[in-house]
Design a protein around this ligand. Structure first.
Ligand code: ADP
Length: 528
């Protein structure tokens, strides 16, 4: 019996208004569909019902909610979910009863109620069919009046609008979730700024880059985070930012350096996308912040490499060429001593070139991870004495002392490489103690390792330089380093060789008091 729609129009309207309000206030799709199917069931005094919506691909329908029918019974009515059947039904305005008598009978016996009538209410918004409400009734009478049909059609229209809204809302939420995931897990830092350049959104990569917790980042102005300027020197994000002026690019790119709370320097490249309102005022800006520190370091390294290498290669070549040219002059007669001296310089400069080329090759081997060792047990002390004798011949300003215990054990090392370490350290000790002094080379054994050291009484190192002296191509900028030859590779190579042996290298130094470079080597065979 169609009780609620049988009598008064007024009550009908009130009912429709109430249900429309209830439906449109629900944005959760499954909640809403439950309400719709309950109301449809009540409205039509139905025994069972279901709501099927079109799949997102636009083909068949899919049951979203039902009452009075369990899963197996639902399957009986799969023809109702057919895409073409649905299209036809919508075109004919619903109401049509599908030829489902056999299926209705099966469902009836399962439900213990005879189902006689199937009412189909299409859910259509504009021209877009969303799905269908199917309601099964025990009674096949009365035949619906025009008014009944109108009420049911109004009900279905309201339901369709509410379903459409809920679907839009659902899609919006899922897209927002999707977008949030993309922003949150982007490898670059992402910031969304409001019209006052205040941070509204910041992602995890940005937190990591700035070393600030997100609560500290949000609501700050962009200028508080980045004190950066564009190519013309204008601040890139401030209230009176040039971006807000007409004619400014809406996609500016700036690079700059930030200092994080832990003291790390981060080179960042920021690309902005500026969104404006109709009057050209800033509405929102999206900033993509990329950590370009490694790229900058590589660029810097490359230019340092080129300038140092060209200088370091050119100097000995110029000296060799100068001496060779002078000595071969046909109009000059050189005495034996001058000839010897000239040839000695040529030999020394050739050695220097050879050393530099070897260092460069070693450095590139280390870079590509190709440094291989040929270790063997070596009684180092005798070999070290020979090395020091070689240095004694080169300087008369310095005294050399050896300081090894008599029982210093053999070490499992690649001696050619460790010799390179020691000669780098000894050469530096000579180079960086221009006033002379004592240079001590010694070692001792502790726990599982041997420690060797080279100490000088030279110019020493400021504390601030100590962390950098083992970097590739790093040279402390002082008067002495400007006048002495060097490519800033010696300590880098030495430390890499020691590390490849499984040891460590470090330095203690004070300006004006000299430096001591230490390195350890494991005593156990194969520890390298
Ligand atoms: P190079 O001597 O070719 O410049 P190194 O890698 O051997 O390169 O050394 C890097 C820098 O460390 C040097 O430029 C120098 O400023 C500093 N340094 C190295 N050894 C000493 C030392 N014994 N005393 C003072 N400074 C040193």
């Amino acid at each position: 019996m169609l009780v609620p729609i049988s009598d008064y129009r007024l009550r009908q309207r009130e009912y429709l208004l109430r249900i429309a309000r209830a439906m449109t206030s629900r944005l959760d799709l499954s909640d809403l569909l439950q309400l719709v199917i309950d109301e449809a069931g009540e409205l039509l005094s139905a025994e069972a019902g279901l709501i099927a919506l079109r799949r997102p691909d636009g083909g068949h329908l899919q049951v979203y909610t039902s009452f009075g029918l369990d899963q197996e019974l639902l399957e009986l009515f799969s023809p109702l979910l057919d895409g073409e059947f649905f299209e036809r039904l919508v075109q004919e305005g619903g109401w049509m009863t599908a030829d489902l008598s056999l299926r209705l009978q099966v469902a009836s016996s399962a439900l213990g109620v005879r189902l006689r009538q199937l009412v189909a209410l299409p859910l259509v918004v504009g021209q877009e069919p969303l799905g269908m409400i199917y309601v099964f009734r025990a009674s096949s009478s009365p035949v619906f009046s025009a008014n009944d049909r109108q009420v049911l059609a109004d009900f279905a229209d309201q339901a369709a609008i509410a379903v459409h809204n809920a679907q839009l809302y659902q899609r919006l939420r899922s897209e927002k979730r999707h977008l949030n995931t993309i922003i949150e897990y982007s490898a670059d830092g992402v910031l969304i700024l409001d019209g006052q350049w205040r941070v509204q959104t910041a992602n995890e990569a940005l937190e990591r880059m700035l070393e600030w917790p997100r609560e500290e980042i949000l609501d700050r102005t962009c200028a508080e985070l980045f004190d950066l300027h564009d190519a013309e020197g204008r601040p890139i994000c401030q209230d009176a930012c040039p971006l807000q002026q007409q004619g400014c690019s809406d996609h500016p790119y700036v690079e700059g350096v930030l200092r994080t709370p832990s003291g790390r320097q981060v080179h960042v490249g920021i690309s902005y996308t500026v969104l404006r309102d109709a009057q050209g005022r800033l509405r929102e800006a999206i900033a993509n912040v990329r950590d370009i520190t490694q790229q900058k370091e590589a660029e810097e390294l490359q230019s340092t490499f080129i300038s140092i290498i060209s200088h370091e290669l050119k100097t000995p070549v110029a000296i060799i060429k100068g001496y060779a040219g002078t000595l071969r002059r046909e109009d000059a007669q050189w005495d034996l001593q001058t000839l010897r001296q000239g040839l000695q310089v040529i030999e020394e400069e050739s050695d220097r070139l050879d050393q530099l080329i070897t260092n460069l090759l070693e450095a590139s081997r280390i870079q590509s991870g190709g440094l291989s060792l040929n270790p063997a047990p070596i009684q180092i002390v005798g070999l070290v004495e020979k090395l020091v004798d070689g240095f004694r011949m080169q300087t008369d300003k310095h005294d050399f002392e050896l300081d090894f215990p008599a029982d210093f054990p053999p070490l499992w090392i690649d001696f050619e490489r460790i010799r390179m370490v020691l000669s780098n350290l000894l050469a530096n000790a000579v180079k960086y103690s221009p006033e002379g002094g004592t240079i001590r080379l010694g070692g001792w054994v502790e726990l599982e390792r041997a420690v060797l050291y080279v100490a000088d009484e030279g110019i020493g190192l400021p504390q601030s330089e100590i962390p950098h002296v083992f970097d590739r191509f790093y040279r402390v900028d002082n008067r002495l380093s400007r006048t002495t030859a060097g490519a800033g590779l010696g300590l880098y190579l030495s430390r890499s060789i020691v590390t490849a042996h499984g040891g460590e290298m470090w330095v203690r130094s004070r300006p004006g008091e000299g430096s001591t470079f230490y390195f350890s080597l494991p005593l156990r065979e194969g520890a390298a």
